[in-house]
Design a protein around this ligand. Structure first.
Ligand SMILES: [Zn+2]
Length: 181
């Protein structure tokens, strides 16, 4: 529920997607939408809580927010899988169709030039950096082994590709992009 991931849910003070049901990990809702957590947060952290509340609470109020608890099938072929650490309820999303697989990492990693070479390097925005690094390493290893397509929010265009292991590091191999017909 960081602002750069939920900020687009509201436009001109109204629901940008009034027909949508918004999903996020239960632990993220418990953490970011808590008035008590906002009150005790440091001055520089308060904005993170306020941003989450401004974006998600309007959906909660009209019954359009549904938290996810653990592994959840959202639609046939689309599954939420907990990868907690960066935020308490951070999920990755697994999309499968006709034997092909895409895993959307969300905020699992942030700086390609550093975190593929040294997966243990964390970022100050991690709420809990230790499990964040553990989940990142797990996801990298699985993607390299499974040879499936990966998408991540903070990768340069096109943001989709494969990774391969090289010693204790990983190499990002972006897809060649082409016109969709
Ligand atoms: Zn984030």
């Amino acid at each position: 529920m960081h602002g750069d991931h939920v900020g687009g849910l509201i436009a001109d003070g109204k629901l940008a997607f009034p027909n949508a049901t918004i999903h996020a990990g239960q632990e993220d809702a418990d953490f970011w939408l808590s008035k008590a957590n906002l009150d005790k947060a440091s001055a520089e952290m308060k904005g993170f809580f306020q941003g989450a509340m401004a974006s998600v609470n309007p959906y909660v109020e009209v019954g359009k927010f549904k938290p996810l608890k653990g592994n959840t099938d959202l639609l046939p072929g689309i599954k939420a899988v907990p990868a907690h650490g960066h935020t308490p309820g951070h999920n990755v999303y697994v999309v499968e169709s006709k034997g092909q697989k895409l895993v959307l990492w969300g905020d699992l990693m942030h700086v390609a030039a550093v975190q593929f070479v040294e997966p243990q390097v964390t970022i100050s925005f991690d709420v809990d950096s230790k499990p964040a690094a553990v989940e990142r390493k797990k996801a990298y290893a699985d993607a390299a082994k499974g040879r499936y397509l990966v998408g991540s929010a903070h990768l340069p265009f096109p943001g989709l590709g494969h990774i391969r292991a090289e010693g204790k590091s990983y190499v990002w191999v972006p897809v060649d992009y082409q016109q969709v017909r």
